[in-house]
Design a binder for this molecule. Sequence first.
Ligand code: CA
Ligand code: CA
Length: 301
Amino acid sequence: MSKRKVHRVSINDVVFATDKNNPPVLHISSGDTVIFECKDAFNQGIQSSTDLPTDLDFERVNPATGPVYIEGAEPGDTLEVHIEKIEMAAQGACCIVPGFGFLAPEFPDAWTKIIPIKNGYAEFGKGIRIPIDPFPGTLVVAPPGEGEGTLVPKDHGGNMDTKAIKEGTVLYLPVFVPGALFGVGDVHAVQGDGEICGTAVEVDAEVTIRLLVNKQKKITRPQIETPDFFMTTAYAETTDEAVKIALRDMIDWLEAEKGLTRQEAYALCSCAVDMRISQLVDITPGVRVVLPKVIFIESES
Ligand code: CA
Ligand code: CA
């Protein structure tokens, strides 16, 4: 087995928008591993309970560490993003940000809670501790046209806030520009589906990711695969529209990969597939359609 190269990208190499013109901070070969040092989504502006989100510079939030240029990645390819390891700092924070969040009009005041992370739990206080389940909320490549802020999730990834993308998961992203220009950030120690107040347990972290160029797989928006599940995902103007897009992608996949008729695929989704909310707060709501691999008898062989 050939030895894989391991690189590191510094916590200071961040972008707040993804753009085909962003200069890469690192060039790698397909199959290399990169340790990304990630600042939390507040760009390290919340360190104590007296730091309020209203004090943040909103032009500089949700940093993505990168971008990394993957040699050989061309428009039309798929970038395989293998999440290998996530190591977090000892303290995270959750904030209510005025004007942001699913019930924003009902929660107009800025609010901060510092959340220690220890022994596998996020210590929320008041006798409440949440088992950690870390994942990066923002995983992004450069879009084909104009640049995009890292706060918005779209077909090129971005602020996906999809808790399924954790250690042991492969995220597939479509490549739109040469080299893909991949970046990652916004790690959460734990988050509920929806990320409803707009932030979760936001934390600095090191994320180890293996990046591979896949020339065979053709996708138009992100897909997710774990040992047990295959997922399509979409971000749209409304949650309803996002569900429809992700569902059509799943039906397409079942036709192409499993040889089902379109009607069989539609009905199988009705019988065996779950709709999960990813997030409801990042301008374009996101959902994922989750297919359990256990239903395929051939997968046992
Ligand atoms: Ca986020
Ligand atoms: Ca976040």
